[in-house]
Design a protein around this ligand. Structure first.
Ligand code: TYD
Length: 212
């Protein structure tokens, strides 16, 4: 493969209620010319159904973390690698940073170094994104934006999301070249234009200059 072209893995991250879904549907429309593969975690393969059941039944955090990692492995093999191998751009709504941020909190009481444990689980086989857009929003505002039924899910209580967002920010601070912080309080169309511009700029860069 040459040094030019679109081979790119882009991820969109943020706490529940940060506006990811709105952004992703707008990108779906506006990036059609680049022909990206839109995908998501959890749930892009049947393994995701198991993960959703585990969330609903509130299994213990270690089981839950391992299921999310299994979902990631299946997602990589079924969707991400084939798309990248076919020279397609991939845009994933949530990816490994969701595990680092969410399971990092869920595992706090169970494992001495949750982030280290989670990183070790992914090392050697995962694909690191080229760029990650992190939607940042005050937690009370995010909760206000959630539909009623979502607000009741166990992932979505305030103190928990504060910690998740804290983890996201630490991840972004540790890898400033990969993360782009997006102010999720901006109007949806401004967020969309900003992220779309970022993706197009990245797609124009020679591959050798991108982070891999
Ligand atoms: P998702 O279906 O993306 O929720 P939403 O439609 O509300 O964005 O994800 C379900 C929940 O799973 C969400 O609260 C984030 C959480 N999650 C993790 O805890 N770990 C992970 O690795 C992933 C991918 C998601």
């Amino acid at each position: 493969m040459g040094e030019e072209g679109i081979l790119l893995l882009i991820t969109i991250e943020g706490i529940d209620g940060s506006g990811k879904s709105t952004l992703v549907s707008a990108l779906r429309e506006s990036l059609k010319d680049l022909d990206p593969v839109f995908t998501r975690e959890p749930g892009s393969t049947w393994v995701g159904d198991v993960v959703r059941r585990a969330i609903a039944e509130r299994v213990d955090p270690v089981t839950e973390a391992l299921l999310f990692v299994a979902d990631h492995a299946a997602h990589l093999e079924a969707v991400v690698r084939p798309a990248l191998d076919g020279e397609r751009m991939v845009i994933s709504d949530r990816y490994t940073d969701s595990r680092y941020a969410y399971q990092g909190v869920m595992l706090e009481e169970r494992i001495p170094d949750p982030l280290g444990w989670l990183r070790a689980l992914h090392n050697g086989w995962t694909v690191v994104p080229d760029r990650t857009f992190l939607l940042f929003i005050p937690v009370d505002e995010a909760i206000k934006r959630l539909p009623g039924d979502k607000r009741r899910e166990h992932f979505e209580d305030g103190p928990f999301l504060e910690k998740v967002q804290g983890n996201y920010l630490s991840l972004a601070e540790a890898e400033p070249a990969r993360f782009v912080l997006v102010d999720a309080l901006l109007p949806a169309d401004e967020i969309h234009r900003f992220v779309e511009r970022g993706i197009r700029e990245l797609a124009r860069q020679p591959r050798s200059r991108r982070r891999r």
